[in-house]
Design a protein around this ligand. Structure first.
Ligand code: ASP
Length: 296
């Protein structure tokens, strides 16, 4: 997003959503909860917030549906859980956590994932719960463009995937990501968000990261795992590793960003877009949020 493309109301809404997510995740950590519980709590807030492309407010597929992807990863054990293309679970991130905790698998997709959610007793909603008019209009605009012969798939569109990373009192790391994917996606397209090692990654030996951006490119560079590997094997600081991988992403025409927290306690972000909706809180520092590249 650019400054002139955002109304004051939307700007305030994004910042309020980020602050609420930081408060939810921060409260878990302040009560000595786990990093996994903290990232789930933060992402649940953003999934319910219609400003973001996850849960309520997710973008629409070409067929006019909301198909949700999410992942969570525990840096202490490198256990991971993920779901792709779910349509009825209010909190896909909680379903991803159930896959991690209560199934022998890492990634469940589509109908099977919805069935697993029912079996796990996770809150189900009518598909209309996720619908937000602005996202619907974005699909209509894309279809009109397609009718004029323009590509239906435009990876330069505004993103809006949500994610959280955390380091808890015990020094354990975790990451979670949740998304509706890309407007107009079809053929069961799945992006980087629910793929551990691509859009979501956590390893206590290096970093936890969550990504947003042109998912296909994050998959191709294995963004999350690559940042972790640079820290673990090259001894780079998390910021330097994140910067290097975003530069590498740009080299294959990719756009987006990551948030990270390192085993060393450093935390931040790297991105090559005009904005990244982001925020940070710690025991030592009160919460801050920012949107545009020129904000501190
Ligand atoms: N990375 C997400 C995807 O490709 C999109 C986003 O970040 O908004 O599904």
């Amino acid at each position: 997003m650019t400054r002139d493309g955002v109304t004051p109301e939307a700007d305030a809404g994004y910042r309020a959503g980020l602050a609420a997510a930081l408060a939810a995740g921060g409260a878990v950590l302040a009560a000595s909860g786990s990093a996994v519980a903290a990232v789930e709590a933060a992402v649940c807030v953003l999934e319910d917030d219609p400003h973001f492309n996850a849960g309520r407010g997710a973008v629409f597929t070409a067929e006019g549906r909301n198909e949700l992807d999410a992942a969570i990863m525990d840096g202490a054990t490198r256990a991971a859980g993920a779901v792709a293309g779910v349509t009825r679970t209010r909190h896909p991130v909680s379903l991803a956590r159930a896959v991690m905790a209560s199934s022998p698998h890492v990634l469940l997709a589509r109908d099977g994932a919805d069935i697993f959610a029912l079996e796990q007793g996770l809150e189900q909603v009518e598909p209309g719960w996720f619908r937000v008019e602005e996202r619907w209009q974005a699909l209509q605009a894309m279809k009109a463009a397609a009718a004029r012969g323009e590509s239906l798939f435009d990876k330069t569109l505004k993103y809006g995937t949500v994610g959280a990373v955390a380091r808890d009192n015990a020094g354990h790391l975790a990451a979670a990501t949740s998304t509706g994917g890309l407007t107009g996606k079809r053929w069961g397209r799945i992006g980087d968000s629910p793929l551990p090692g691509a859009g979501t990654f956590a390893d206590d030996r290096s970093v936890a990261i969550s990504a947003t951006g042109s998912g296909e490119d994050f998959i191709r560079v294995g963004a999350g795992h690559e940042i972790g590997a640079r820290v673990r094997m090259l001894g780079e600081a998390p910021q330097a590793a994140a910067d290097a991988v975003i530069a590498e992403l740009r080299g294959i025409d990719g756009d987006g960003g990551v948030i990270f927290v390192g085993a060393d306690g450093s935390a931040g972000w790297a991105f090559n877009t005009p904005s990244l909706l982001r925020g940070r809180v710690s025991a030592a520092q009160s919460a801050m949020v920012a949107i545009f590249v020129d904000e501190a």
